[in-house]
Design a protein around this ligand. Structure first.
Ligand SMILES: NC(=O)c1ccc[n+]([C@@H]2O[C@H](COP(=O)([O-])OP(=O)(O)OC[C@H]3O[C@@H](n4cnc5c(N)ncnc54)[C@H](OP(=O)(O)O)[C@@H]3O)[C@@H](O)[C@H]2O)c1
Length: 345
């Protein structure tokens, strides 16, 4: 079998269409994965709507895959045919995940423990890549706070007693930021969300959940009441102009604001750093920390230290992704949309 099906973005800002694509061949250090579940991310609809990030069309998108290793390329020692795995896809073509077969780089592909379904596993790679590399990559000072990785020896609890604010804790990225903050020892972990998500977010490690509709002044005042030490790290997983500016006001002198979209902060001062995440474990500047994370991910998932996002499964295989991207554009709450490429008609 040499052909499969994929969701093609036909042209820049063109339409999505399910059509045939060649099954890629794994090269040195790569594995071929039969994709059972792929998750949708906001960037996938933004690429179509805004025409950015990709130059060559037609293109296959998708950054989250969970499935079974079909074939192992030369030099791969950590994975074998038949393994259940998850990986962070690369938008473009052969490594993208909105298709029935994708390639993964073996060093940043992890085995899925038995306690997780493919759907749950598919919610992890891109959101976790964003949270992990945004926190813990000392090699990338413009896109990371540069802290010591929480999953490495000596990392657990290292930042005990340091408060953190996570704007948008119910987002996919926010859920992983909260869990990594907990692993790293941060406390209190203060987050903003719709209050219906309070108990769920406390289950992930948030200590205080504040209403996302609080005014800027009210939010700053609430954080000041809760945090007894200066807030040196603020994560803005929403990164609208309004939330970025609140986040910047909250972060203490000498601290870092982490944003996930382009910088919209006004009235900057020299004493506060802003870093913009590059949420992908495959890219050169994130690869080392990505491989470190992937080596520990199975144990973190198996022990429940890291929990996947809640899942909503889309119908109709790859076709379902096209409608799903519209749904994601309208906005979801505390859930990741997941599709089953093998169920394509
Ligand atoms: N540059 C990168 O590396 C990178 C990587 C990944 C994602 N991103 C970007 O990061 C953003 C988040 O992505 P995602 O996949 O995590 O999104 P998502 O899961 O689709 O986000 C939905 C959540 O956002 C929350 N939210 C929206 N507006 C909010 C506000 N004003 N205050 C507090 N919470 C708010 C909602 O919380 P409630 O349900 O509680 O209302 C909802 O649960 C997107 O813009 C995405 O494009 C960037």
């Amino acid at each position: 079998m040499s052909q499969q099906k994929a969701v093609w973005l036909k042209a820049k800002q063109g339409s999505f269409e399910v059509g045939p694509a060649p099954i890629p061949k794994p090269g040195e250090g790569e594995v071929l994965i039969k994709v059972h579940s792929t998750a949708l991310n906001p960037v996938d609809w933004k690429i179509q709507a805004w025409g950015f990030l990709i130059d060559n069309y037609p293109a296959i998108l998708g950054g989250d895959a969970a499935g079974i290793v079909e074939e192992v390329g030369p030099g791969v020692v950590n994975l074998k045919k038949g393994d259940r795995v998850l990986t962070n896809g690369v938008k473009g073509n052969e490594h993208a995940t909105f298709q029935q077969y994708t390639l993964g780089y073996a060093d940043v592909t992890a085995k899925i423990p038995e306690n997780l379904s493919f759907d749950q596993a598919a919610t992890i790679p891109l959101g976790m890549a964003t949270a992990a590399t945004g926190f813990f990559n000392a090699d990338a000072p413009s896109s990371s706070v540069g802290l010591f990785p929480a999953w490495e020896d000596g990392g657990r609890g290292k930042y005990a007693g340091e408060p953190i604010v996570v704007i948008g804790g119910a987002s996919s990225v926010g859920q992983y930021v909260i869990q990594l903050a907990k692993l790293a020892g941060f406390g209190p972990i203060i987050t903003t969300a719709s209050l219906r998500n309070t108990e769920s977010l406390k289950g992930l490690g948030a200590t205080h959940v504040l209403d996302r509709n609080l005014s800027k002044d009210a939010l700053i005042a609430e954080v000041a009441k809760i945090a007894s030490a200066p807030v040196k790290v603020v994560w803005d997983t929403v990164s609208e102009a309004e939330t970025q500016n609140v986040g910047y006001a909250i972060v203490a002198s000498g601290g870092t604001l982490v944003i996930v979209l382009n910088d919209a902060v006004q009235n900057k001062t020299a004493d506060k750093r802003i870093v913009q995440t590059l949420g992908n474990t495959n890219i050169p500047q994130n690869r080392k920390v990505g491989a470190s994370l992937y080596s520990k991910l199975p144990a973190l998932l198996e022990g429940g230290t890291i929990k996947p996002n809640p899942v909503e499964v889309l119908p109709n295989g790859l076709e379902g992704i096209i409608a799903g991207l519209n749904k994601l554009k309208q906005g979801v709450s505390y859930v990741k949309l997941v599709a089953h490429p093998q169920d394509t008609a």
